[in-house]
Design a protein around this ligand. Sequence first.
Ligand SMILES: Cc1cc2nc3c(=O)[nH]c(=O)nc-3n(C[C@H](O)[C@H](O)[C@H](O)COP(=O)(O)OP(=O)(O)OC[C@H]3O[C@@H](n4cnc5c(N)ncnc54)[C@H](O)[C@@H]3O)c2cc1C
Length: 420
Amino acid sequence: MTRSTAAVVGSGVAGLTAAYLLQKQFDVTLFEADSRLGGHVDTREVDIAGRKLLAEAGFLIYNERTSPGLKRLFAELGVTGQPAALTTDVTCADCGFVHAANPLGTDTTPDRPENIDADTWKRFLDDIARFSAALQEMATSGKETTLVIGELLEQGGFSEYFVRHFLYPRTGSWFVSGYRALEVLPVQFVVNTFKNQGLLEPDPFSSWRMVSEGGREYVRRIAEQLTSVRTATSVNSIRRSDLGIEIHDAAGGSHRFDKAVIATHASQARKILVDATAPERELLGSVQYTPIEVLVHTDTTVLRNDRVGTSPLNVRVSCLTHRTSMDHFHVDVAAVSSLDVPERVLVSYNSVDLIAPERILARASYEHPRFDAINFAAQHRLADLSGPTLAFAGSYFGSGFHEDGCDSAIRAVAALGVTW
Ligand SMILES: Cc1cc2nc3c(=O)[nH]c(=O)nc-3n(C[C@H](O)[C@H](O)[C@H](O)COP(=O)(O)OP(=O)(O)OC[C@H]3O[C@@H](n4cnc5c(N)ncnc54)[C@H](O)[C@@H]3O)c2cc1C
C-alpha cells in the first residue's frame, strides 16, 4: 500500500524534528534552500596542527532537564549529550571590569575595578541583587507584567553601569543584540524564558549539555531516514488546494503532497505561502529578525590577555566606546568541551571588526528572531495557525531556543495527526 506524502520546508531543528516524526507515518520530502542541512545547527570541522576539531558555529548547548523534546529525540536517534563547561567572563575594555562566573553571573561576585568609585560599585552590587529578586518575585507570584525592560530599569532606578556590565552581557545577550533591542524586550518574556529554561533554579547550569558527536550528527541521522532530501532547493511558493498542498521550487519543479509543515523563519513562511489568510499574514509578519555574523578563528587577541587562560565563554563590553553597538561574544571551542588542544579555536559573534582576516577559518551568518512587545503579544495565537493539512514550526514559536524549535515541531505534526 502506498503511504501518504508530506513535505517539510526548512531543515533547522524545527524542520528536522517535524520530518523525523512525520516519516513514521508518511513518505517525507525535506526541502532546504541551502546546500547543507541543519539551519542554525552548523558544525564546522577545523584542522589545528593536524588535529580535527569540531566547532559549533550556531547551536551549541541545551538544558537536558528543561528540554524534554530534544532529550527524547536525541535518545531515539542514539545521539549523546556531554556536559558543557559554561563559565563566562565578562570583561570591559574601557573600565577594566572583570567577572568570571556562570553565564548568569550568579555564583561569584566581581571585584571592584581600580577606577570605579565605591559608591558606583555599591549601587552596582545592589542593582544586581534587586534585579534578581524582582525576576524571582515575578516568576513565583504568577502576576503578569506588561512592562518592557527599559521601563523596568527606569522605574527601578537601575544604574547605567549595571545595564552595561551585568544586565546586557549576562541576560540580554541570551536574546538580543545591542542595548536598544534589550530596552524593548518584554519583561514577562524574560521571566517566562528563565522559568522554561530552568535559569531561576538553584543550580541552573548543572544539566546543560552539548551534542558529543557535534550537532551535525543528529542532522545526519534524521536525514538518512527520510524518503527524499532536497538540498539547494528553495521553495518559491506553497498553496493549499483540494488535492492537498502544491509546492513550486526555484528550479521550476512542481510537487504535490497530502500535508506539509513550513519550518522556515516566520518572515520566510509569510513570503512563500501565497494563499495566506489575513491572520497568517498578520502573525507571521509580527516576527522581525536580526542578523548575526559568526567567525570561527584563532585570533585570541579578542580575549582578555591579562592572565593565563580564560573562561570557555567570553563577553567583551566597551562601556565608553561602544555605547549603543553590539557587544562581542566569544566561545572557546576546546574549553567548552574540556578538550586539550595545541591552539585555541574561537567562535565569535558580531566581532568581524576585531579579528585578523588571516586568522579566520570559517564564516557563517544567521538571522535570529528579535523579540519585542508586538511578537510577544502575537505569540500565544501562533499555535492557531496550524491546521490538519498545513502546519507551521520554528523556534520563533517560543524564546528562540533549540527546544522551542523542537517543541513547535512536535505540536505542528500533532495538528497533522501524528502524535509522539
Ligand atoms: C549563532 C547562534 C547560536 C545559537 N546557539 C544556541 C544554543 O546554543 N542553544 C539554543 O538552544 N539555541 C541556540 N540558538 C538558537 C537557534 O536559532 C535555534 O535553537 C534553532 O536552531 C532555530 O531553528 P529553526 O528550525 O527555527 O530555524 P533555522 O535553523 O534557521 O532553520 C530554518 C531553515 O529554513 C531554510 N529555509 C528558509 N527559507 C526556505 C525556502 N524558501 N525553501 C527551503 N528552505 C528554506 C533555511 O535555509 C534554514 O535552514 C542559536 C542561534 C544562533 C544564531
